[in-house]
Design a binder for this molecule. Structure first.
Ligand code: NAP
Ligand code: HSE
Length: 433
């Protein structure tokens, strides 16, 4: 028998228990041993839980689980950095196989955890940390072992994609759509991590570990969330043939089939052409578009959050680490992730097309001043529209799309325009993907 200890049993942990129960016979045949949830650490043992758990397995004391030599696999689905980090390190030091879905922990301390797991010869599996039920970690780590990734871009936060979809398609307010996402179990305990982009940045850091072997501080990834996107931006995007999506983008310059050039990582809303695949990923769905140097394009899509989709990934990890332990090859998948420190390219050097929305007072010469500020810095306008007519102190929206431009030039121009007396509000800028 494989004895599993769960650290946490909320949305994801509950899904794990359900799947282990529903597929017990198949999993037993597959692993060659039955899988039993032997201990569950929670904050409140009195809480009503669905699915129900044997009262005797529940405890608030993680030591009961970590010091039990009969526990083979420790699954961390409690979230946050500490105590999750300390508990996982203790589990690794105790020689247990470990599984986590905690992208924040991995983004901030994944390098240390992986190094410790490698030294101890155990597996640290984390498929559930990115893309919910999408097997993207396996694809990057195993299926593309002979290739190198030139770039990837993805919708990796289900909550943000759900909110953007509901705002775009159904005209819901941001607040209402967020409440729905929370009720469905998609959002983080702190939903600011979803809507301000932190969760997507954590996932991008995890993807960068497996795709580029990048050991980096996830907190350094330039990150913007979706709070500033207004219904009018969805309407203008639609008018120009785009939809607004929240993207995580990674690019590595390299020659031929080789790897190792400067690494660009960023998380921000983006205008995506309506006929592009990522534009048609709706609701809680996530998608990661990978460009392999040898493979070319590869797209993975599926449900990116929620109890059962995430549990599919976590249980797949439990099965893998259980089989590895039984077969005497524990630690092999962890050794496949080879990390080295990487310096991130500066956001100033990013080249992109841009969408600007200027809320301006409708006076003669305003357009000339805007285009002048952009033109002086080499930012060339591709399309422009002024919607309606402002009057007196009531501003009007002027929207521009640019040709490929350098981020540092765009930011410099926007600073000048934003400080001018003809703008009613700071300009809105969205990169075009
Ligand atoms: P959740 O519903 O809030 O559940 C957290 C569980 O951990 C609860 O059972 C809670 O106990 C327990 N817990 C939290 N802090 C604890 C502590 N200090 N000591 C003991 N127990 C503690 O969270 P979740 O949505 O399942 O997310 C869990 C992890 O999976 C997070 O890292 C999250 O980012 C990640 N994840 C979530 C999803 C998703 O769709 N929700 C998808 C992918 C990854 P009580 O039940 O007693 O409160
Ligand atoms: N809060 C996360 C999301 C959960 O909405 O994508 C899945 O990681």
């Amino acid at each position: 028998m494989i004895r599993v200890g769960l650290l946490g049993c909320g949305t994801v942990g509950g899904g794990v228990v359900q799947l282990l129960r529903a597929n017990a016979a198949y999993l037993e045949a597959r692993v060659g041993a039955s899988i039993e949830v032997a201990r569950v650490v929670v904050r409140d043992v009195e809480k009503e839980r669905v699915p129900e758990l044997d009262r005797g397995t529940l405890t608030t004391d993680a030591s009961v689980l970590l010091e039990d030599p009969s526990i083979d696999v420790v699954v961390e689905v409690m979230g946050g950095v500490d105590p999750a980090r300390r508990l996982l390190l203790r589990a690794i030091e105790a020689g247990k196989q470990v599984v986590t879905a905690n992208k924040m922990l991995l983004a901030l301390h994944g390098g240390d955890l992986l190094e410790t797991a490698k030294k101890r010869g155990v597996d640290l599996a984390f498929e559930g940390a990115v893309g919910g039920g999408i097997p993207v970690i396996r694809v990057l780590r195993d299926a593309l072992a002979s290739d190198s990734v030139a770039s990837l871009s993805g919708i990796v936060n289900g909550t943000s994609n759900y909110i953007l979809t509901r705002m775009q398609a159904d005209g819901l307010s941001f607040e209402f759509a967020l409440k729905e996402a929370q009720a469905k179990g998609y959002a983080e305990a702190d939903p600011g991590l979803d809507v301000d982009g932190g969760d997507a940045a954590h996932k991008l850091a995890v993807l960068a570990m497996v795709a580029f072997g990048a050991r980096l501080d996830g907190a350094q990834i330039p990150t913007e969330g979706i709070r500033g996107i207004e219904p009018v931006d969805h309407a203008f995007a639609d008018r120009f043939g785009y939809v607004v999506k929240h993207l995580a983008v990674a690019k590595e310059k390299g020659a031929g089939l080789g790897r190792g050039g400067p690494l660009e990582l960023r998380v921000h809303p983006a205008l995506v052409a309506k006929d592009a695949v990522l534009a048609n990923i709706h609701g809680v769905l996530n998608a990661i578009a990978i460009e392999g140097r040898a493979l070319g394009p590869c797209l993975l899509s599926g449900r990116g959050a929620g109890d059962l989709p995430t549990a599919v990934s976590v249980v797949a990890d439990i099965v893998d680490v259980a089989i590895a332990k039984k077969s005497g090859v524990a630690g092999q998948s962890t050794r496949a992730v080879r990390l080295a420190p990487r310096v991130l390219a500066s956001m100033d050097d990013v080249e992109s097309r841009y969408y600007f929305r200027f809320s301006v007072f409708d006076r003669p010469g305003v357009l000339a001043r805007i285009t002048g500020a952009l033109g002086e810095r080499g930012v060339s306008i591709e399309q422009m529209v002024q919607q309606g007519r402002g009057s007196g102190e009531v501003p009007v929206d002027v929207v521009m799309l640019t040709h490929e431009s350098k981020e540092s030039s765009v930011q410099a121009a926007l600073r000048v325009i934003g400080a001018s007396d003809f703008v009613a509000r700071p300009p809105r800028m969205i990169r075009i993907h």
